[in-house]
Write a protein that binds this ligand. Structure first.
Ligand code: DQA
Length: 146
């Protein structure tokens, strides 16, 4: 099972800045992730929170809940949350950071990810497909480490 976590404001997808984030709603994105996971032989559970502490707790608990990896879009927390960086480092599961938009092609303050330093890798700029690419990597990784 893979845990997919979406952070602040991602519950507003579809309504929020569609020129940047597209028309796909969070519900549709989560359905896509479940479909892609199933195609790759991975179970997927999706959660979203606007609260940093909730994301920290979900990251801490993921291994004991039986998850084998985490796909994380920290939203704006990407750019300043040392608490999320530390949470990723405080647990053993591989974490792949994803972004819908290309954070390196946007405002200066979005070009640095604090959290990516603790992630296996970063997929940014491919819309919903960023999540699919993260799942493709994790399917390969988990197949190599049964
Ligand atoms: C985002 C990029 C962040 O800079 C922004 O704050 C978000 C969404 C993305 O998926 O492109 O909320 O993480």
């Amino acid at each position: 099972m893979i845990l997919i976590l979406n952070g602040p404001n991602l519950n507003r997808l579809g309504l929020r800045e569609p020129a940047v984030y597209g028309q796909t709603t969070l519900e549709e994105l989560e359905e896509l992730c479940e479909t892609w996971g199933a195609e790759l032989g991975l179970g997927v559970a999706c959660r979203q929170s606007n609260f940093e502490g909730q994301l920290v707790e979900w990251i801490h608990q993921a291994e004991s809940e039986g998850f084998r990896a985490i796909v994380l879009n920290p939203g704006a927390l990407t750019h300043y949350s040392i608490a999320l960086l530390d949470a990723i480092r405080a647990q053993p599961l591989p974490v792949v950071e994803v972004h819908l938009s290309n954070i390196h092609a946007r405002e200066e303050f979005r070009r640095h990810s604090v959290t990516a330093a603790a992630a296996r890798g970063l997929v940014s700029g491919f819309g919903a497909l960023s999540y699919k690419l993260a799942l493709v990597y994790l399917a390969d990784l988990l197949e190599a480490q049964p």
